[in-house]
Design a protein around this ligand. Structure first.
Ligand code: BG6
Length: 484
């Protein structure tokens, strides 16, 4: 038996991509509610990565009567959660990773009293999970910072945001302490490197003309927020397990040229910097050198270093979709590839999904081993999956054999990593029911075992249908990964 007894098999969702009900029951807008439907990945990158969002941009979205903002409607999980969780239970889920929409609890972000209706909603959702023996694993912040904190404070660039986050975290810990044991402090904390808005809720008006200075200062604040979440989790919740979450970017050197290897090491360090701080409790020397070379000065207050040192995360979780290649010299002929905010040189040995994400199960085995060697702490795969265009066949069914094949190969690689000695206690496949895409805000990029009848413009019956992968995953879970 490679997968340990009690291995947490399940699926993952994020509030802003599934709940909808964006302004119901007192919920305030979050940064996700300003994301329009993008026709292409390029449009998305131009809008949120290469262009700095300003206050005017935000107000234009909020006042836009014509545009299409799919995350505001999601898949209407807010009103379908009972039926959806019932389907997850039918598959045998042991765990459901989901996030709390921060602005459902604190609509503007800076209130001292929470919104009771928002809190009551998550009570109902957690109770529904627990009714079926499904353990909730909750991301405290999944690209859904309250818009009020972006507009009035400059998001995570402002040290005050740490206090607002701390208040929110303490509120939900106290409320759900008997229902939720597993928590993640921030989704893909490193994504701020590619988008100050998505990762840090930072608007142009608050930035200086030194992007890196702003970015790393905000990251310092995120680290402090994460450490405080660990502190309060341990103090308020019996047996709490508080983890961090990294968009893992595993990379191979393009050749055995020493320069390519050095480049690979440096890119890897920029990825692992985040977990080095959250798992080891201090800034690594390679980053101190980087700051010096780039004239970055992190403003720290007394006690910051001690806080980071004292409150490391209990486990490390990752999202894993693809790998890239590192090369010292690139020019206009070098073929590049992207995923969600991960860029790199294309690997000629790998196939890609329809969205160009390079498929690499062996890379997952490598990454799990590397991370375990480095931190010697329990690991959890918080996201893994294949986004594809699923079609309804003439027989009325969805035959997603490509998804089964993708997951089977990755599960085999995971099982090998466990055999290699990695301590992995669970995995949640991404978008276990079809949801709105994070990047392009489209519905046609589907990850689920359950199909949702909705299109990119929010039209459809929103009816749920099992895909072929539904029964396949059910069997995987029932046999604890013996039959893949
Ligand atoms: C991860 C995010 O980066 O990738 C998720 O944490 C996201 O929120 C997932 O949905 C897949 O990306 P996309 O753009 O295909 O939805």
């Amino acid at each position: 038996m490679r997968f340990q007894e009690g291995f947490l098999w399940g699926g993952a969702l994020a509030a802003n991509q599934c709940e909808g009900a964006w302004n119901e029951d007192g919920k305030g807008p979050s940064i996700a509610d300003t994301a329009p439907y993008f026709g292409s990945k390029q449009d998305y990158e131009d809008y949120v990565c290469f262009h700095m969002m300003s206050k005017d941009d935000v107000y234009a979205c909020l006042n836009d009567q014509e545009g299409c903002y799919p995350k505001r409607k999601g898949i209407d999980f807010y009103h379908h959660y009972q039926d959806d969780i019932k389907l997850f239970a039918e598959m045998g889920f042991k765990v459901l990773r989901m996030s709390i929409a921060w602005s459902r609890i604190f609509p503007h972000g800076d209130e001292s009293e929470p919104n009771e209706k928002g809190l009551a909603f998550y009570d109902r959702v957690f109770d529904e999970c627990l009714k079926y023996g499904i353990e909730p694993l909750v991301t405290l912040s999944h690209y859904e910072t309250p818009l009020g904190l972006a507009l009035d404070y400059g998001g995570w660039l402002n040290r005050k945001t740490i206090g607002f986050y701390e208040n929110y975290v303490k509120t939900v810990f106290l409320r759900y302490k008997d229902k939720v044991k597993y928590w993640l402090t921030f989704n893909e904390i490193n994504v701020i490197l590619h988008s100050l808005y998505i990762g840090g809720a930072i608007l142009k008006e608050y930035t200086s003309n030194n992007h890196d200075q702003d970015c790393f200062q905000a990251i310092h604040h995120l680290f402090l927020g994460s450490a405080l979440a660990v502190k309060w989790g341990h103090e308020l919740i019996p047996g709490a397990q508080i983890g961090c979450m990294l968009a893992r970017r595993e990379s191979y050197p393009a050749t055995c040229k020493p320069e390519d290897n050095l480049q690979c090491l440096e890119e890897d360090q920029m990825n692992l910097f985040f977990t080095d701080v959250q798992m080891r409790g201090y800034y690594p020397t390679y980053m101190n050198k980087y700051f010096k070379e780039h004239h970055i000065h992190i403003h720290k207050e007394d006690g910051d270093d001690e806080l980071l040192k004292q409150y490391c995360c209990d486990f490390l979780s990752i999202s894993y979709y693809m790998t890239v290649v590192s090369q010292a010299q690139i020019d206009e002929n070098t073929e590049m590839t992207t995923g969600n905010d991960l860029f790199g040189v294309k690997n000629p040995y790998l196939d890609s999904s329809s969205w160009g994400w390079q498929i690499d199960p062996v890379g997952l085995r490598i990454t799990l081993r590397r991370l375990y060697d480095r931190y010697q702490a329990p690991l959890f795969i918080a996201e893994l999956g294949l986004g594809e265009k699923d079609m309804i066949s003439p027989d009325g069914k969805i035959h997603d054999s490509y998804r089964i094949e993708f997951l089977k190969q990755h599960f085999e690689a995971i099982s090998d990593a466990i055999e290699d000695g990695v301590d992995l206690f669970g995995l949640t496949t991404w978008g276990c029911i079809d949801i709105v895409s994070m990047s392009t805000s489209e519905m046609s990029k589907r990850y689920g075992f359950i199909y949702v009848d909705a299109d990119n413009y929010g039209k459809g019956t929103y009816q749920r249908m099992k895909k072929d992968s539904f029964d396949w995953y059910k069997k995987v879970i029932a046999t604890n990964g013996k039959i893949l």
